[in-house]
Design a protein around this ligand. Structure first.
Ligand code: FES
Length: 149
């Protein structure tokens, strides 16, 4: 049976990914895979790309909807690959359902560029604001998955 990959934008918090997935850091190392993981989307975590709860202290706010108008027919393969771009967005490739931070809106995508600097005006998607604000991913990665690909 096909695994369903779901990305849920937690209101005022991280991005929750569930299903069959791999998350790679900016140098291509596997950070976490499969099951469930919380990824930073406020830009403040010290364990990027993982959430460390810093969104609360940073005062991150987002309860936006996702735009359904660009829904795609989901591809049949199941693995979702999420890669961190250096000082930029998360690029997600593979079939996924994205649930908006409003808790109700949904979008189906096979590819998405998701904001992780916290400042996009098109959340959850990247609008390249990370360049304007000089977003820097300088966090040490902890909690790497031990199973190499
Ligand atoms: S990562 Fe936030 S606008 Fe690109």
């Amino acid at each position: 049976m096909a695994v369903k990959n779901i990305i849920t934008l937690i209101e005022d918090g991280p991005l929750q990914v569930e299903g069959e997935f791999r998350v790679y850091d900016t140098i291509g190392q596997l950070v976490v895979r499969d099951g469930k993981a919380l990824l930073c989307r406020c830009g403040a975590s010290k364990t990027k790309p993982l959430c460390d709860g810093s969104h609360a202290e940073a005062g991150f706010r987002d309860c936006s909807k996702v735009d359904k108008s660009r829904d795609e027919k989901l591809e049949s393969h199941t693995t979702l690959i999420i890669s961190c771009r250096p000082n930029g967005m998360l690029v997600a490739k593979g079939p996924m359902t994205i649930i908006g931070a409003d808790g109700q809106s949904k979008a189906m995508r096979n590819k998405a560029a998701l904001c992780r600097c916290g400042e996009s005006r098109s959340k959850p998607f990247c609008d390249v604001t990370h360049k304007k604000i000089g977003f820097v991913d300088d966090a040490l990665i902890i909690g790497k998955a031990d199973a190499p690909e």
